[in-house]
Design a protein around this ligand. Structure first.
Ligand SMILES: Cc1ncc(COP(=O)(O)O)c(C=O)c1O
Length: 419
């Protein structure tokens, strides 16, 4: 018997086809490069506590009511904040009435799927993408096709050929899911030229665009083209999140869409409302500190990225190639062809190092077997250096690569033991 296992009498009544049970929580790895966690030191504890105290004093009595007795789209102050932020930073002119606050942008993904997808449907994804999307599509019985990416985002020429090919086979894709601004996992930004082309191609083939801007608030410099939704709100459903700009445990995201879509989504959102205190605290804190919070967060993350790149170069030398991210929390890298990163996961975890293996983020898992995604949000700079050194050591022990680390030839444990 494991912890919490009291021998439930009716397990035989559980429905068929359930996913395997989750493993019991075994703690975070010492060198945690997996998932999209944020930096603990960057949670503004004092200001958040002050914000919470102020909003509870101001609106606390309304917590007695579902949705605080107000619009189920979400807390008005937060919807106005999101509408202003999108107008100022992302070229989106629709107001607060076109914003639905969700319990994380994961709920936004579920709602878009609920609205558009049926078993047997097909959607277009980027060849490497947010891993959670695969499981959701699989559960719904929906097929996906991956559109190739390069440093400037989705290859629109290749997307057009994919759409052409699907049309020839009488397949009408239900949406094109894209993370155009700080792509997960590559960190690219869709170029302005492609951004126009994407809208045009999607219009030609009559396919809605599902735009996910989870990381668009964390851009190092030079900014990005406006959101696709800003240019064509009739063709795009847009989602965003406060998980990366503030804190993922708060579970607050949003959808921006035409009312035709939003009203139907609201009808599908059956959770009794997103946590009101979280919404109020974010509106209160970010209402006064958004710009300063983002600039210090971005600066800190870029500094950690540089530390990660330097550590990889030192430990892996020419054995590693990476995509240069323009913001966000991730570095996407490729090791030599002969390495299957899945074989490194167990020994790495035993040594306290976790990462996301490329196949989990790829439309064609085998083609990404030598890729991995490293998140530099959570580990400190010291942990980044130590964790990468551990990863290189394990990789060498398992595969013989990288042969040199810190410009010194590595030796296998057997050789050094024999000496
Ligand atoms: C591209 C993308 N979209 C959506 C999400 C979900 O984020 P959340 O539900 O925390 O807002 C993530 C989380 O990592 C992500 O990477």
């Amino acid at each position: 018997m494991t912890k919490g296992d009291t021998g439930f009498r009716y397990t035989y009544r559980l429905r068929s086809g359930l996913p395997a049970p989750s493993a019991p929580w075994s703690g975070l790895a010492k060198y945690n490069f997996a998932t999209g966690h944020n930096d603990r030191s960057h949670i503004p504890i004092g200001p958040l506590a002050d914000a919470a105290s102020r909003v509870i004093k101001r609106h606390g009595a309304d917590l007695a009511l579902y949705n605080m007795g107000k619009d189920p789209l979400g807390y008005q102050g937060l919807r106005e904040f999101v509408a202003d932020k999108l107008a100022q930073m992302r070229g989106v002119q629709s107001g607060a009435d076109n914003i639905l606050i969700t319990s994380g942008s994961l709920q936004g993904i579920d709602l878009v799927n609920q609205l558009l997808l049926e078993p047997g449907d097909t959607v277009i994804l980027e060849e490497f993408t947010y891993s959670a999307v695969f499981g959701k599509l699989q559960k719904l019985g929906v097929r996906h096709v991956g559109a190739p990416l390069d440093q400037a985002g989705m290859r629109i020429d290749r997307l057009a050929s994919i759409l052409e090919d699907l049309k020839r086979r009488n397949v009408q894709p239900k949406y094109i899911y894209t993370i155009p601004t700080i792509q997960n996992p590559t960190g690219s930004i869709l170029s302005l030229e492609r951004w126009q082309q994407l809208l045009e191609v999607a219009r030609t083939f009559g396919v809605p665009i599902f735009e996910d801007e989870c990381y668009a608030d964390i851009i190092w410099r030079d900014g990005a083209p406006p959101a696709l939704y800003g240019l064509d709100p009739h063709q795009v459903i847009h989602i965003g999140s406060f998980s990366k700009s503030l804190a993922p445990a708060l579970r607050v995201g949003y959808v921006a869409a035409d009312w035709e879509v939003l009203g139907r989504m609201l009808a599908c959102k059956t959770d009794g409302g997103t946590a009101a205190l979280d919404q109020m605290v974010i509106a209160e804190y970010f209402g006064a500190n958004f710009g300063s919070h983002l600039s210090s967060l971005s600066e800190m993350l870029e500094d950690k990225l540089q530390t990660l790149i330097a550590a990889l170069e030192q430990e892996f030398g020419t054995a590693v190639e990476f995509w240069a991210p323009k913001g966000g929390l991730f570095l996407w890298l490729r090791l030599p062809e002969e390495i299957d990163v899945r074989t490194l996961m167990k020994p790495a975890a035993e040594a306290g190092v976790t990462f996301n293996p490329g196949p989990d983020l790829s439309c064609e898992p085998e083609a990404a077997k030598s890729c991995m995604r490293l998140c530099f949000g959570l580990p400190s700079k010291q942990e980044i250096r130590e964790g990468v050194a551990e990863l290189a050591r394990i990789c060498f022990e398992q595969t013989g690569i990288p042969q040199r680390g810190a410009n010194v030839a590595r030796r296998t444990a057997t050789i050094s033991a024999a000496e």
